[in-house]
Design a binder for this molecule. Structure first.
Ligand code: PLP
Length: 358
């Protein structure tokens, strides 16, 4: 297996891939592969229900929330959130902590009134910006945050808590990486292709009360109620992606759930941040220490030539996906749940050796 540090689509657990491989040709003695089954068959229904049940269990999702499977990626949620939740005379508040929040804001701007409540853009998104709860009116449609900033390598540690303003979070790159009280949020969305499975399915967790806001005039496929009223089976769901999601969730459950997963993630992240911190300025972390992400470790070397040489030698040594996002360059190691500890150990050793040989 490659030493895969891609940001997404990203590494999946080897056990999951092996299990899936067995079922590509003959699922549950049907004589049909998992992706050849009707989405109305009892065999597929069991997979679909299992994915929802395990998500509810692992994330401790209360009964007054719906779990929806939608296509179109997290990017479609940038539009669906304001289309469903932003009323004519309301404002939607956005905290900008990276490019994905900016993209979410840009789409909401097309739908209604928006306000930027806080931003760390002028500081190159090195930290999660502070915000003043009093600046967010009680009648705001919602407050939108991005819980983990995949590109800049920053992550929220605690969340805004104004009970009157619904909190919406894009958790694409850290869902399932740590326990979190879902009840702090009113809507959570996440594209699957980092911690949940392959691309193709987006998980939306929405407080049932919010479903009343959607206008009946919305196109069916853009209305959360269509998914909620039909157990996400109004039309053909991405059955293969949901099957893999169910296997990833089983894997996470067997690992001992989110507390154990968080511990493993903290251990992996520490290995890399320690190398950065002990390198006497050879590696320069992008994120401020108190905003560091456990999922995406971003860093630079002292100059571009050295960064390029680091990436070149890393590639030769078998490391995949260590280049920073094309918008900011530098280096990034994405260490989602499925990246084995041994792979991170190898990367930490490589970083130390590269420094000593430079
Ligand atoms: N939000 C975050 C935090 C992301 O990391 C990404 C993709 O990397 C997206 C949104 C966009 O996701 P998608 O490609 O599923 O639309």
């Amino acid at each position: 297996r490659a030493l895969n540090f891609n940001a997404g689509p990203a590494a999946l657990p080897e056990e999951v891939l092996k299990e899936a491989e067995k079922n590509l040709l003959n699922f549950s003695n049907t004589g049909m592969g998992i992706m050849e089954l009707s989405h109305r068959s009892k065999e597929y229904q069991a997979v679909h229900d299992q994915a929802i049940t395990l998500l509810r269990k692992l994330l401790a999702i209360p009964d007054d929330y719906e779990v929806l499977f939608i296509q179109g990626g997290a990017s479609l949620q940038f539009s669906m959130v304001p289309m469903n939740l932003l009323g004519k005379d309301q404002e939607a508040h956005y905290i900008l902590s990276g490019s994905w929040s900016e993209k979410a804001l840009k789409e909401a701007d097309k739908i209604g009134k928006t306000v930027i409540s806080a931003s760390s853009k002028d500081q190159k998104y090195r930290f999660i910006p502070a915000y003043n709860q009093n600046d967010i009116p009680d009648n705001a449609a919602y407050l939108h945050i991005t819980s983990n900033n995949t590109i800049y390598g920053t992550q929220w540690k605690t969340f805004p808590s104004n009970k009157k303003t619904p909190l919406v979070a894009d958790m694409s790159s850290d869902i399932l990486s740590r326990p979190l009280g879902v009840e702090q949020f009113d809507l959570i969305y996440a594209g699957a292709q980092k911690n949940l499975g392959p691309s193709g399915v987006t998980v939306v967790i929405i407080r049932k009360e919010l479903l009343q806001r959607s206008s009946e005039n919305l196109p069916a496929m853009l209305n959360y109620n269509t998914f909620a009223n039909n157990n996400s089976l109004y039309n053909t769901p991405p059955t293969l992606a949901i099957y893999l999601l169910s296997l990833v969730l089983e894997w996470a459950d067997k690992k001992g759930g989110l507390q154990q997963i968080e511990k493993a993630n903290e251990k992996k992240a520490k290995m890399l941040y320690d190398v950065i911190d002990e390198s006497e300025g050879f590696y320069i972390g992008h994120a401020h220490k108190d905003s560091r992400s456990l999922m995406n470790v971003t860093f630079n070397l002292q100059n571009e030539d050295l960064s390029r040489e680091f990436l070149h030698q890393a590639k030769e040594a078998g490391f995949v996906g260590l280049g920073g996002h094309r918008s900011i360059g530098g280096c990034r190691a994405s260490i989602y749940n499925a990246v084995p500890e041994q792979h991170v150990e190898k990367l930490a050793a490589f970083m130390k050796a590269f420094k000593n040989n430079s």
